[in-house]
Design a protein around this ligand. Structure first.
Ligand SMILES: Nc1ncnc2c1ncn2[C@@H]1O[C@H](COP(=O)(O)OP(=O)(O)O)[C@@H](O)[C@H]1O
Ligand SMILES: [Mg+2]
Length: 583
């Protein structure tokens, strides 16, 4: 038996261990008499520094520590979906059941349920040669998702059989590297190592989110990255939930790092009630939640984003599109800071460790649309959307800045918009998407050839509005020429009838690209006609009182099945302005 290391020093979640046998960086260790789970994060001479994922209160110097000899890993197999895990993939329900509401320490609970018998259908047979990542067979994991069992080895299938299995039952055997190894419905991956793939693709397909301000103005690509910074109450969580619900992805991985204790509880109670919009079934059927409540130790919070992204990679490798939401990465960075502080490292900006930027970059780099490993052509993607909550909403701080350096879309949530009840409170003048150009071709082909130019024109108007507003504030609207007042009429439409989208309305919560295009076209048709009318000498008042204006205002509540109604409004605009010009 391996010699036990001896606990020397305890500093919150960080402990020092002397003479730990077989100490390797990032290996998982069991700390103290209770066997608390920890990870080696630094080795100096015969001292191993360990971050502990559980509360270390009561731990005493002299207690034993043993290494498991393996890095931090997750169990990947059927039973992940619908589950709610803590940062190191312990099912919250099971730890609660074992230890009561206050999670006791050292409880060993398996990540995947051991009692469920899954219906496995083999897709390979004895004698077949397989590569790592090839599909061995399928399991209906939930009502919405078929789980693909992927081969962890390259080799020749010795035997494999369809049937009912628990994750502990062997489904067959494989000869690999001259050895015969059993196959299971699950495998283990290390969380800190990105999963390899065959090929990564450029961002030329959009993640269709159904959110107009995103899809039209600040699009995210499939496999892209976006940051949502915003102060408390500006709509980060609601925006992420809308993206989770309506994006055209099959799998949702939601990592909650609670801003406040009760907020995570809200997510935990709310999420199970969200419904999948296409099927009406619970969204949880295709979701896994990773929850860090504020009473959980910081080290588990640090690990949670790796646990989440590794699970995302696993479903991506099955050929699914995955949306990963992290809310909020600021809380994760604070965990880094706290642990860094205990290591007595030289702190960087605002006390965050110097490696904050690298860690953030490494995390977002695990996104992308890829061709998976393995023999047959399979494509999958991970899109990462990270909320950031800078103190006081000031994004000049390190977490926001380092996040914006690596993410390609910036959705700037704005407290003053939220106060004015402009939702989603995404500031259209401050936000940006670096995917816009690379997605334009897809938009021209799949939405409409004129869509990108309509969008650009609309954005120009919104920028113009900001300039005009400054003048209006000084001298009042009537001082503006008619044409500019007409522009303000149009930009009000763009803001209220297009950008604003009610997450709680059955119809408006989601808009297809077709609907977005028609709505935009309608408003821009009004713009064109109004400009023409002003030039032709039509009184401004008549334009402002046009009968089509309130109809444009109700466009967003038009159902997807009745989009021809928007075309009718466009015709009415035409007719009305023709009549005005004649007068
Ligand atoms: N798209 C939206 N539609 C309607 N209301 C919204 C929307 N986004 C945010 N809100 C309102 O703002 C409140 C705060 O949003 P929330 O996402 O919890 O903020 P944050 O996570 O940034 O603290 C919500 O409870 C809701 O009332
Ligand atoms: Mg929130």
């Amino acid at each position: 038996m391996a010699k036990k290391g001896i606990l020397k020093r305890i500093s919150g979640p960080v402990v020092e261990v002397k003479d730990l046998d077989n100490a390797k960086l990032y290996d998982v260790v069991k700390v103290g008499d209770e066997g608390l789970i920890g990870e080696i994060i630094k080795i100096v001479g015969n001292i191993s520094v360990v971050q502990v994922y559980e509360d270390t209160t009561g731990l005493k110097p002299g207690e034993p520590v043993v290494s498991t000899g393996e890095p931090l890993s997750v169990e990947l197999g059927p039973g992940i979906l619908k589950n709610i895990y803590d940062g190191i993939q312990r099912p919250l329900k099971d730890i609660e059941a074992k230890s009561g509401f206050y999670i006791k320490r050292g409880v060993d609970v398996p990540a995947l349920p051991r009692d469920i018998k899954w219906e496995f259908t083999a897709k390979v047979k004895a004698g077949d040669r397989v590569k790592v990542g090839d599909v061995l067979g399928e399991v209906p994991e939930t009502d919405l998702i078929t789980h693909k069992v992927l081969s962890p080895h390259e080799g020749k299938i010795e035997n494999i059989k369809s049937g009912k299995y628990t994750v502990d039952d062997s489904i067959g055997n494989i000869s690999t590297g001259g050895k015969k190894k059993p196959l299971f419905l699950y495998q283990k991956w290390f969380v800190r190592t990105p999963r390899p793939y065959s090929e990564k693709f450029p961002p030329i397909i959009p993640l269709i989110t159904g959110q107009r301000v995103v899809d039209t103005f600040f699009p995210i690509s499939k496999g892209g990255t976006a940051a949502i910074p915003g102060p408390f109450g500006s709509g980060k969580t609601v925006t992420q939930q809308s993206l989770a619900k309506y994006s055209d992805t099959e799998i949702v991985v939601y990592i909650g790092c609670g801003e406040r204790g009760n907020e995570m509880t809200e997510v935990l109670t709310e999420f199970p009630h969200l419904t999948d919009e296409k099927t009406g079934k619970p969204l949880m059927e295709r979701t896994v939640l990773i929850a860090n409540t504020s009473n959980m130790p910081v080290a588990a919070r640090e690990a949670s984003i790796y646990t989440g992204i590794t699970i995302a990679e696993y479903y991506r490798d099955m050929g699914y599109n995955v949306a990963l939401m992290a809310d909020s990465t600021s809380r994760w960075a604070e965990a880094l800071r706290e642990i860094g502080g205990r290591l007595e490292e030289m702190p960087g900006e605002e006390g965050y460790p110097a490696y904050l930027a690298r860690k953030l970059a490494e995390f977002y780099e695990r996104s992308g649309r890829i061709r998976t490993m393995g023999t047959d052509e399979r494509f999958g993607s991970i899109s990462i959307i990270g909320a950031v909550s800078p103190p006081g909403g000031d994004i000049s701080e390190p977490v926001s800045q380092n996040t914006l350096r690596v993410t390609k879309v910036f959705l700037a949530l704005d407290a003053s918009l939220a106060q004015r009840r402009h939702f989603p409170a995404i500031n259209w003048l401050k936000s940006y998407s670096l995917y816009k150009e690379s997605l334009d071709e897809w938009l021209r082909t799949n939405v409409s050839t004129e869509f990108p130019s309509l969008r650009d024109k609309a954005m120009e108007l919104l920028q113009k509005e900001a300039e005009l507003q400054e003048i209006v504030q000084l001298v009042g609207p009537d001082a503006l020429p008619d044409k500019e007042q007409a522009i303000l009429l149009v930009t009000k439409m763009l803001r209220e009838d297009f950008l604003q989208q009610n997450a709680y309305s059955d119809v408006d919560a989601k808009a297809s690209f077709e609907k977005q295009n028609l709505m935009l076209k309608c408003i821009m048709t009004f713009h064109e006609k109004a400009m023409f009318a002003v030039d032709a000498g039509v009184q401004l008042k008549r334009i402002q009182e046009a009968a089509c204006i309130p109809k444009i205002g109700r466009m967003k509540e038009i159902r997807e099945e009745e989009l021809s109604k928007i075309k009718e409004i466009m015709k009415e605009i035409d007719v009305e302005f023709t009549a005005l010009a004649k007068k």
